[in-house]
Design a protein around this ligand. Structure first.
Ligand code: NAD
Length: 415
């Protein structure tokens, strides 16, 4: 597999969508460049008493349609280009589900697995001190991402409110419900993905209660395991993996038991009554539906020919390389692209912002209903673009997202 600069890939996708939309040169230049970037160093007091320096980023890719929105990752391999790409994809994701938001992403190069709770709190607060004046409910609203969580948001919101000396819970989303978080956020990304799978099964005549596999049994993957059966009325989860291993059971796993096991043991690698399989082979199993829910570039030119799933639902950001996209499309495999499949999370984050503004909170069923309506509508809008432009689904989704952002830029007189 060749190595990728994710931002180059993201830019290439924009060029392709722009060509289909006949966008002018200035608009293309605007859409292929981040509007604002913040690079900063964080000096953090560690438990040893020493200070360590970490690199932090926040990128507000485009805010023509509303305040920028996107998560913050803590990951040792973070680079400015991965953050740029993720911020760029957030811009199209919020547009595809038609939210009044732009796109952003942030990150810190650090290894949270080697840090104590207190060190993580210190790094979270220091991050906010570095960018407080550039974020906020009407500017840029962070959320968790890989290796950050509602507790991280609680620390960050607290630091932000201390700095501005006001309550502004809507400045961060995916907070605990006790301090302004919303019902329905924990399973929102997976719920959105499974809803798009439901629509794709109807359209393609795929059996929704057949076999499925999940790569990456974290937050999104675990919830997808459970919701797949709830929303689609059944289905056999025959394989799942996390960073420590992949497991298989041809009879199907008891999904509740598997989730409980993961929560208790931190991994599913040693789950009883399961056959251990190589990581790579999970993706190539004979299943109806495959959910990549780990990291980028899992499906590439070296394994795309071997994928047997009829539908690939991208809960992870960027799990399929451009070459693999073409191979899957030529083989008639329906990829539900990340900017559509994983948009349920940001949809509920938006609902959290709305509730925080009103200081009035809805029940879980009301949230689920809006997610279902928004994701179903977005799926069919993308499908329409796919048929209209005769392109594969990722390009169809890009066409929908890029067209909406380009229109907002034009209306504002930016281009
Ligand atoms: P997470 O950290 O909870 O889970 C990631 C899981 O992937 C972990 O279980 C980890 O062990 C596993 N993993 C890592 N490398 C692996 C490998 N090589 N093979 C198999 N498993 C591996 O993160 P998450 O919140 O579930 O996010 C997963 C993906 O979904 C990310 O790409 C994230 O950007 C994307 N996403 C998440 C949300 C959300 O709301 N959680 C929203 C949109 C997109």
């Amino acid at each position: 597999m060749q190595s990728y600069n994710s931002f180059r890939v993201a830019q290439q996708q924009i060029f392709e969508a722009a060509k289909l939309l006949n966008l002018d040169e200035a608009t293309i230049k605007l859409l292929t460049s981040p509007q604002k970037e913040f690079n900063f160093t964080l000096h953090v007091k560690m438990d040893s008493g020493k200070t360590e320096i970490f690199q932090g980023y926040r990128i507000q890719y485009n805010y023509a349609r509303g305040p920028a929105k996107g998560g913050i990752r803590f990951h040792p391999d973070e680079t400015v280009d991965t953050i740029r790409a993720l911020a760029c994809w957030m811009t199209w994701k919020t547009a595809v589900v038609d939210l009044p938001l732009g796109g952003a992403k942030g990150g810190v190069c650090c290894n949270p697995k080697k840090m104590s709770e207190r060190e993580l709190e210190n790094i979270s607060r220091e991050y906010v001190r570095a960018i407080a004046s550039s974020i906020g409910v009407d500017k840029d609203i962070p959320a968790p991402d890989v290796y950050t969580n509602p507790q991280t948001m609680a620390w960050m919101m607290d630091e932000y409110e201390t700095i501005i000396n006001q309550h502004h819970p809507g400045a961060f989303t995916d907070k605990p419900t006790q301090i302004g978080g919303t019902e329905g956020r924990r399973d929102a990304t997976a719920r959105g993905g499974v809803i798009t799978v439901r629509e794709a099964c109807k359209k393609l005549g795929v059996n929704p209660t057949g076999k499925y596999a999940i790569q990456g049994f974290g937050n999104a993957g675990q919830r997808a395991a459970l919701l797949h059966q709830e929303i689609l009325g059944g289905g056999k989860l025959i394989a799942a993996s996390d960073s420590r291993g992949a497991i298989f059971n041809s009879e199907g796993f008891d999904t509740k038991e598997l989730v409980q096991y993961k929560l208790k043991n931190g991994t599913i690698a040693d789950f009883p009554n399961a056959k251990k399989i190589p990581h790579e082979s999970l993706l190539e199993l004979d299943v109806d539906i495959l959910y990549p829910a780990a990291l980028e570039n899992a499906i590439h030119d070296g394994n795309a020919e071997n994928i047997k799933a009829k539908i690939v639902c991208e809960l992870a950001n960027g799990p399929t390389t451009p070459e693999a996209d073409i191979i899957l499309s030529n083989r008639g495999i329906q990829v539900i692209p990340d900017i559509l499949a994983s948009a349920g999370g940001v949809t509920v984050s938006y609902l959290e912002m709305v509730q925080d503004r009103y200081s009035f909170f809805w029940d879980e069923q009301s949230i689920h209903k809006i997610v279902d309506e928004k994701l179903t509508k977005a799926y069919h809008r993308v499908d329409e673009a796919v048929r209209d432009k005769k392109v594969h689904p990722r390009l169809g989704a890009m066409v929908v997202g890029v067209a909406r952002v380009a229109e907002a830029c034009k209306l504002r007189g930016w281009v």
